[in-house]
Design a binder for this molecule. Structure first.
Ligand code: UDP
Length: 322
C-alpha cells in the first residue's frame, strides 16, 4: 500500500523539523517546505538520507505546486519570535494570511486534511486566566506584536471558512510557549536567550521585573498533542501547552540551575504589549485527545542543553554535572 504523504510548511523550523521526524516515524512520506528565512537546513539535514523525506526550498506565500497525492497539510511556516516579528513584519503578515490561503488551497485541491499552527498569541494580553479556547482574546492590532497575532487570527478565520464553506477537513492547534532542541540561538525568545547567556557566563537578561508568567511545554509533548489532534475529529481550536505556570524570573533561575552557570540576572525594559500572564487551560485537550504533557521542566531543560552546547561549540556536560 502507498505511504500516506504529508506536506509540512516551515518544516525546517524548530517545530516543523520535529514534526517531520514524527511523521516519518509514523510511516509517512514527508515533503518539507521552507524558504529558510527563519528555518535552518541543519534542523533537517539528518533526514536527507531517508528516501521518504523530500526538502523543497520554497516560499509558501507564492503559489505552491506539489505533484502527486497529499493526505495531510500542516501549515507551520511563520516567523515565531517577537524579535522576528519586529524584523520581518510584512513576511509575518504574509505567511499567516497569503501563506495560509495557499496551503488551504493546496489541501482542498488534494482533498487533504489541513492542520493550522495557531498560537496563544490569539489571546493577546489576556484578561481571562488561564486561557480556554472560548476566550476571544485581548489583542492590540497596531502594536509590534499585532503583525503576528492578527495574521494568526486571520489564519484561524480562513481555516474555519474553508471548513464551513468548502467542507475541508481542518484542525487548529493553539500552541503555547514551547522549548527544546533546535530553537534558534538568536531568536530572542526567553529560552534561547537565557541558555546562551548562561553558557557564556553572561548575565541573563530578564525583561521588566520578571513577574510576568509563561508556561513552557517540551517539544516532544507538543508534537504528541498535535499528532493526536490531527487524528481527532475536532475542527475548532484546541490549546496544546503545559499548564505549569511560572514567572520569567523563576524560569531564568531554572535555566541557571540546569546549566550549572555562575551567571547572575540583569533586568531590562519590558517590551511593548508583553503579555503579563499566560497559562493554557488544557481541559479540552485532556477530554478530546486524552493528552497532557509528561516531560518535567528539569528534564526538558537538560535535553535542550545538549543541543545548545553542540550549536555553541561548548564542551559536552561532564557526567555528574558541574
Ligand atoms: N524575556 C526575557 N528576557 C529575554 C527574552 C524574553 O525576560 O531575553 C521575557 C519576555 O519579555 C516574555 C517572556 O520572557 O515576558 C517570554 O518571551 P518569549 O519571547 O520567549 O515569548 P512570548 O511568550 O513573549 O511570545
Amino acid at each position: 500500500m502507498a505511504r500516506p504523504r504529508a506536506l509540512i510548511t516551515g518544516g525546517a523550523g524548530f517545530l516543523g523539523s520535529h514534526l517531520c521526524e514524527r511523521f516519518l516515524a509514523e510511516g509517512f512520506e514527508v515533503v518539507c517546505m521552507d524558504n529558510l528565512v527563519t528555518g535552518d537546513i541543519r534542523n533537517v539535514e539528518h533526514l536527507f538520507a531517508d528516501e521518504h523525506f523530500h526538502f523543497e526550498k520554497r516560499d509558501v506565500t507564492e503559489h505552491i505546486h506539489v505533484p502527486g497525492a497529499v493526505d495531510s497539510v500542516l501549515h507551520f511556516a511563520s516567523p515565531a519570535s517577537p524579535i522576528d516579528y519586529l524584523e520581518l513584519p510584512i513576511q509575518t503578515l504574509k505567511v499567516g494570511s497569503l501563506g495560509t490561503h495557499k496551503a488551504l488551497g493546496l489541501a482542498r485541491a488534494k482533498n487533504a486534511r489541513f492542520l493550522l499552527a495557531s498560537t496563544s498569541e490569539c489571546y493577546g494580553d489576556p484578561l481571562v486566566h488561564p486561557q480556554s479556547e472560548d476566550y476571544w482574546g485581548n489583542v492590540n492590532p497596531v502594536g509590534p506584536r499585532g503583525v503576528y497575532d492578527e495574521a494568526k487570527r486571520f489564519a484561524e478565520a480562513m481555516t474555519m471558512a474553508y471548513h464551513r464553506f468548502h467542507g475541508l477537513d481542518t484542525r487548529i492547534v493553539r500552541i503555547f510557549n514551547t522549548y527544546g532542541p533546535r530553537m534558534r540561538l538568536r531568536d530572542g525568545r526567553a529560552l534561547p536567550a537565557f541558555m546562551s547567556q548562561a553558557l557564556a557566563g553572561e548575565p541573563l537578561t530578564v525583561f521588566g521585573d520578571g513577574s510576568q508568567t509563561r508556561s513552557f511545554c517540551y517539544v516532544d509533548d507538543l508534537v504528541e498533542g498535535i499528532w493526536r489532534l490531527l487524528n481527532s475529529k475536532e475542527h475548532l481550536p484546541v490549546n496544546i501547552g503545559n499548564p505549569s505556570e511560572m514567572t520569567i524570573l523563576e524560569f531564568a533561575q531554572a535555566v541557571i540551575r540546569a546549566t550549572g552557570s555562575q551567571s547572575g540576572i540583569e533586568f531590562r525594559p519590558l517590551p511593548v504589549d508583553d503579555p503579563k500572564v499566560r497559562q493554557p487551560d488544557i481541559t479540552k485537550a485532556r477530554r478530546l485527545l486524552g493528552w497532557e504533557p509528561r516531560v518535567p521542566l528539569a528534564e526538558g531543560l537538560a535535553r535542550t542543553l545538549e543541543h545548545f552546547r553542540a550549536r555553541l561549540g561548548a564542551p559536552p556536560a561532564v557526567r555528574g554535572g558541574r
